[in-house]
Design a protein around this ligand. Structure first.
Ligand code: NDP
Length: 240
């Protein structure tokens, strides 16, 4: 029986490419979203992948959703924590609400989803978790103290949980994408984006599939010796 893979924010952008690539790799995929029903319906029409709507930053909604997925499809053995948002401003203009929603959505959702699935993975001695971080969590970014803190937190979270999972056949890794051509990046003003591209050694924005290929690698059954790592997929923009 094919393994069940849950991709948060799996209906658009990078998540859409991850969901599609995992399906191609033979997984039973379910993609989550929070509010864009039209995008979710288009996604299902194009890829034939089921979706479920819940707020991954809300603990109660997450626990209920994971229970209902598990009852219907079986245990979640592959988890991709991809849901993410930005609310950019310098600290002068950033409100407490902008701080909280970005921390809760990007980082809190990782806790919620891992909490809901980890013990099941432990009992079955198998699990693959991939958390989507960001180049801006590694290097920082002007106007993004909330987002950089959340993404940087994901990298620490990944290394800590990898240590807890290692003896139980569970790997926990992160991918830190550079600038990828999705709605999130299209929201950046064109002049700023142009400057960003000049700083990418390969000379282009990334594609969602560049990230999806990394997820397929990390979630393979054979990838059981890769854990606690962060793979940077950024066109050489940040090397360290
Ligand atoms: P998009 O904005 O294109 O898509 C975001 C997805 O997340 C949507 O499916 C959205 O649902 C969903 N989502 C947002 N909030 C929630 C929530 N609270 N609960 C459940 N789902 C939610 O993002 P990208 O594809 O650009 O980014 C994907 C991930 O990659 C994010 O974590 C982002 O931070 C990270 N990243 C992106 C980079 C880029 O250059 N694009 C660079 C580095 C990292 P809905 O459709 O309903 O709104």
């Amino acid at each position: 029986m094919s393994r069940v893979a849950l991709v948060t924010g799996g209906t658009r952008g990078i998540g859409e490419a991850i969901s599609a690539a995992l399906k191609t790799a033979g997984r039973t995929v379910i993609a989550t979203y929070i509010g864009n029903k039209t995008a979710a319906e288009n996604f299902t029409a194009v890829h034939g992948i089921e979706t479920i709507k819940f707020d991954a930053s809300d603990y109660g909604q997450t626990i209920d959703a994971v229970r209902s997925i598990t009852n219907r499809l079986g245990p979640i053995e592959i988890l991709v924590n991809n849901a993410g948002i930005t609310r950019d401003a310098t600290i002068t203009g950033m409100t407490r609400d902008m701080w909280e929603i970005v921390i809760d959505t990007n980082l809190g959702s990782c806790f919620n989803l891992c909490k809901a699935t980890f013990d099941g993975m432990k009992n079955r001695q198998f699990g693959r978790i991939v958390n989507i971080g960001s180049i801006n969590g590694q290097a920082g970014q002007y106007g993004q103290v909330n987002y950089a803190a959340a993404k940087s937190g994901i990298h620490g979270f990944t290394k800590a949980l990898a240590q807890e999972g290692a003896r139980f056949g569970i790997t926990v890794n992160a991918i830190a994408p550079g600038y990828i051509d999705t709605d999130m990046v299209r929201a950046v003003p064109p002049d700023v984006l142009k400057k960003i591209v000049t700083r990418i050694p390969v000379g282009r924005l990334g594609k969602a599939n560049d990230i999806a290929r990394g997820v397929v690698f990390l979630t393979a059954d054979e990838a059981d010796f890769v854990t606690g790592s962060t793979i940077s997929i950024n066109g050489g923009q940040h090397m360290y």
